[in-house]
Design a binder for this molecule. Structure first.
Ligand code: GLP
Length: 277
């Protein structure tokens, strides 16, 4: 894993947006895996700015969201479809017909919705970059603790702590879903590159368990340790419990020194001289 620790949440958002910009710039037909929650909102706002001010086009980009609630109409303000329209899709030129969420209602056949979602990912050539936030309990998407580390897209019943955490998006007395369809951990691990972002002290324990903890279904995000290319961007608060925090910072300083040595002609260097993931 490449673990980048920056001063604050705004820098996390900027760096995340820059990684997406680079990808879309070099691959206009990029396939993005997208996440909801508070964490990526500021990054999406930067992408809208980059689109408007610098002309980055998402016309040929496809987007697959990690998850969607069951029991909400897709035009309900709390659905993840509405969240994505509001936070990103309405502000860029992506074709809405190229955006996919694992949306299904109780009347639908869950298995066929899930396999169609996975088939569409495959038909698009797989996900180039999967964006992830992390739940306080270590979930990614809605893969709650003890999810199979090789799970595929399916329905999950949410844990009470997840429902409490997300209750801030619902008015009192309003129906709040307790189930969702989510990409599985196995599905997520098939992405070419995974970008996990976390901010705030309340995520510090989940971040530590994901990066340094044992590989365990009790912390679904720890499955990322199995992936060959994961970038983690953290603010200082969410990095607080990392035992090797200073080492990660040191590695990044050394990588910058290497880049400077190349640019000042001290060494010829090559594309693989900085630390590999
Ligand atoms: C939600 C989403 C996750 C998200 C997580 C953290 O339940 N299903 O994809 O990463 O919670 O959300 P937040 O960024 O709001 O803390």
């Amino acid at each position: 894993m490449k673990v980048l620790i920056v001063e604050n949440a705004d820098l996390v958002a900027q760096m995340g947006a820059e990684i997406i910009r680079e990808l879309v710039d070099s691959k206009p037909k990029a396939v993005l895996g997208l996440a909801t929650g508070s964490t990526p909102i500021a990054m999406y706002a930067y992408l809208v700015q980059i689109h408007k001010l610098r002309g980055l086009s998402f016309k040929e980009v496809s987007g697959f969201n990690l998850d969607e609630y069951i029991g909400l109409e897709s035009d309900s303000p709390q659905s993840y479809r509405s969240f994505m329209n509001r936070s990103l899709f309405d502000g860029i030129d992506i074709g809405l017909n190229n955006t996919y969420l694992p949306s299904c209602g109780y009347e639908d056949d869950f298995n066929s919705v899930a396999s169609e979602f996975e088939n569409t990912i495959r038909a698009k050539g797989g996900i180039d970059l999967q964006i992830l936030g992390i739940g306080r309990n270590g979930h990614i998407g809605f893969n709650e603790p003890i999810s199979s580390l090789s799970s595929r897209t399916r329905v999950k019943t949410l844990r009470q702590d997840t429902i409490e955490d997300n209750s801030r998006f619902f008015d009192e007395g309003e129906f709040q879903p307790f189930q969702a369809m989510t990409m599985g951990i196995g599905t997520i691990l098939e992405a070419e590159h995974i970008l996990l972002m976390a901010t705030g002290l309340e995520k510090a324990k989940a971040v530590r368990d994901a990066i340094e903890g044992p590989l365990s279904a009790m912390c679904p995000a720890s499955a990322l340790q199995l992936h060959k290319k994961v970038t983690v961007i953290l603010d200082e608060a969410s990095a607080q419990e990392l035992e090797n925090k200073n080492y990660y910072k040191w590695v990044n300083e050394k990588n910058k020194e290497l880049e400077a040595m190349v640019s000042t002609g001290h060494t010829r260097g090559n594309s693989c001289m900085s630390e590999q993931l």
